[in-house]
Design a protein around this ligand. Structure first.
Ligand SMILES: [Zn+2]
Length: 151
């Protein structure tokens, strides 16, 4: 990347909104809150363990197979951070929910909405699946009826 690229105007997203930068900021804040209260760090500093985990999370987000249509990481069905790190990540996300709400209410509400969006998408997926199963069952019944009629 050129040194000057950061001074160039950013390209505007065309259709789908890219929420990844916001999610990253949200995650960074939460890591800060968590590490400060659990590992005694302060300011912009995180302990080595949290720094490593945060670096993994950020890298994995950039490589997310879902691209910018990704669900928020703490609601992903196939988290890619590795089992242990995912667990640690979820612990941080979960334990900072209350504090996030007190310190950054808007960010917290937006996170909640994003989470609801994931639920809604899952609901729609399940509904589609159910409809398919029902349609198959109906078709099978009709075929059975036809067979009986021929006898
Ligand atoms: Zn820490």
């Amino acid at each position: 990347m050129s040194i000057f690229s950061r001074f160039l105007p950013k390209k505007k997203p065309v259709e789908i909104k890219n929420n990844i930068p916001k999610e990253k900021a949200d995650i960074r804040k939460r890591f800060g809150i968590y590490c400060h209260s659990h590992h005694g760090t302060s300011g912009n500093k995180l302990c080595p363990k949290c720094t490593a985990l945060l670096a993994t999370v950020m890298t994995k987000m950039d490589r997310c197979p879902y691209g910018i249509t990704k669900p928020i990481c703490d609601r992903c069905e196939r988290p890619c951070f590795g089992a242990k790190q995912t667990q640690e990540f979820l612990k941080i996300m979960d334990s900072t929910s209350k504090r996030m709400f007190l310190r950054h209410p808007m960010m917290s509400v937006k996170h909640k909405l994003a989470s609801m969006g994931v639920d809604y998408a899952k609901y729609q997926q399940q509904k589609k699946l159910d409809d398919k199963v029902k349609a198959k069952e109906k078709a099978a019944k009709e075929r059975a009826k036809e067979r009986k009629g021929k006898k």
